[in-house]
Write a protein that binds this ligand. Structure first.
Ligand code: FUL
Length: 486
């Protein structure tokens, strides 16, 4: 600061060099780990266990580990398939309901150690997590709470066993981005030979508070998926989020009871709750095939690239994350049919979203917070989701125009709110300039992490975003235009 500037400050106390303050956050907010998870956006599930070899979806728990014998297991191939599809992470079923552990657990011999694969010396969790790190993908674990093999299931000793296994997975395999707590429990199973039905009280049996504490201690950066988690189930396995899909949510228990894992009105997850009690965004889990595990008879039912695009628009495009299941076949690799579909899907995503057609556009807003450059309209198309356009506190509705300089054709629009300030926008609309007046071509409600509009081709030299209703002055991080690859 020069002497002249200093004396100006003394003479004129109203003149300050401090930047205009950002707005107060609105409502419940995401944690740091949830913000990282929102950035991950799209990743895969890998379902692999004895079921792959017995042709089942839910193993009973009496399967011999000797049936688990992939002929040509290749972690790099599996991770490569995810990468080709543009995914940023992978969650592995380290143990599904049948109880077989894909790693040599110290706490049981019902694991790959007793399988012929790699002469019992292999570790699927190790190979997959290493391959993820090598390829730059985040790694997550699914450890089924329901275990149809374990003799003590339903009694306190099993909960101890479950926690020990969780500790193994969260200690020995590097950073974990997500821990998946499945809510399923079908009752009957092998249970060490008892072959009976065992009912548990989902609200109390697993002692979730203590179990969750283990995750927080060992992997503070990991989000937990569950009915009452950092991340909620979207409430269907068909590949779509509701419209709107709010990241905020108030879970309700079934039959008027307190909400607990496996005992919520999960259907409400599709839409979430505007002004809900928690930041608990939705994750859309869906398989590339009808089943979660590989079955040769479903080879002709692999989802097409067109269908995967639809799923992407209806999940990621509604503010949820997408976890797409890729089941390895009996060779221990993603099947060639699935791979072909994934590659083409990845190509379409890259071609569609690789370029922002409004990247060089001149952005102008009806109102800019404190007329400060930091909050200017240009922040919506600078390619950085951590900068945002924002209005003055009292200005709940406003508009932002992108002047494209010449005519541009697009059929996809991408919007993002700046999440650290909460869900502020309720309603928005999009207009195109037709040479003499503005014409509305789209409107919607929630934005959150991402809102994708997909429609017919629009050709124009100017587009406008109108925030038509907001609970607090809007903070928009992205307004991008794309042309979908066909
Ligand atoms: C469900 C399980 O029962 C399925 O087998 C699968 O793992 C799916 C992702 O979650 O609850």
């Amino acid at each position: 600061m020069t002497i002249a500037m200093l004396s100006l400050l003394t003479l004129c106390p109203a003149f300050t060099l401090t930047a205009v303050a950002p707005p107060q956050p609105y409502g419940v907010l995401p944690s740091e780990r949830q913000l990282k998870w929102h950035e991950t956006e799209y990743y895969c599930f890998i379902h692999f266990t004895t079921n792959t070899f017995t042709n089942k979806e839910w193993g009973y728990g009496d399967e011999s580990p000797t049936v688990f014998n992939p002929t040509d297991f290749n972690a790099d191939q599996i991770v490569g398939a995810a990468k080709a599809a543009g995914m940023k992470g992978l969650v592995l079923t380290c143990k599904h309901h049948d109880g077989l552990c894909l790693w040599p657990s110290k706490y049981t011999d019902h694991s790959v150690e007793k399988s012929p694969w790699r002469d019992g010396k292999g570790d699927i969790v190790r190979e997959i997590s290493d391959a993820c790190r090598k390829a730059g993908l985040k790694f997550g674990v699914y450890l089924s709470p329901w275990d149809r093999n374990h003799a003590e299931y339903g009694r306190p000793a099993y909960v101890e066993y479950y926690r020990n296994q969780l500790r193994e997975l969260l200690t020995n395999y590097g950073p974990i981005f997500e821990v998946w707590f499945d809510g399923a429990n079908g009752g009957d199973g092998y249970y060490g030979g008892a072959r009976e039905k065992r009912s548990i009280d989902g609200a109390t049996y697993y002692g979730w508070d203590e179990t969750r504490q283990i995750v927080r201690e060992l992997q503070p950066g990991a989000v937990m998926f569950g009915d009452i988690g950092d991340v909620r189930w979207v409430g269907n396995e068909s590949g779509y989020a509701g419209d709107p899909c709010w990241a905020t949510y108030t879970p309700h228990g079934k039959d008027g009871k307190a909400p607990a894992p496996g005992q919520t009105v999960y259907q409400e997850g599709e839409n979430g709750t505007r002004n809900g009690e928690f930041w608990m965004p939705a994750e859309v889990d869906v398989s590339i095939r009808p089943g979660w595990f590989y079955h040769a008879k479903e080879d002709k039912k692999v989802r097409t690239p067109e269908n995967l695009m639809k799923i992407y628009f209806e999940s990621v495009g509604r503010g949820a994350n997408l976890i797409l299941n890729l089941p390895p076949d009996r060779s221990g690799q993603v099947n060639a049919i699935d791979l072909a579909s994934l590659r083409e899907f990845g190509r379409r995503l890259e071609t569609t979203f690789g370029t922002d057609l409004a990247g060089g556009a001149k952005a102008e807003a009806g109102n800019t917070r404190g007329n400060d450059e930091q909050f200017s309209a240009a922040r919506v198309n600078d390619g950085d989701r951590n900068t945002y356009w924002c209005t003055d506190d009292a200005q709940l509705t406003s508009e932002l125009t992108l002047d494209l300089d010449k005519e541009v054709t697009f059929n996809v629009v991408s919007l993002r709110e700046y999440l650290p300030l909460g869900l502020r926008v309720d309603d928005w609309a999009l207009d195109q300039w037709d040479g003499s007046e503005w014409k509305e071509f789209a409107k919607g409600t929630s934005i959150g992490n991402r809102r994708l509009w997909r429609g017919d081709d629009v050709t124009t030299d100017k587009v406008r975003l109108r925030i038509t209703k907001a609970a607090a002055c809007p903070a928009i991080a992205e307004f991008a235009l794309h042309l979908e690859a066909k």
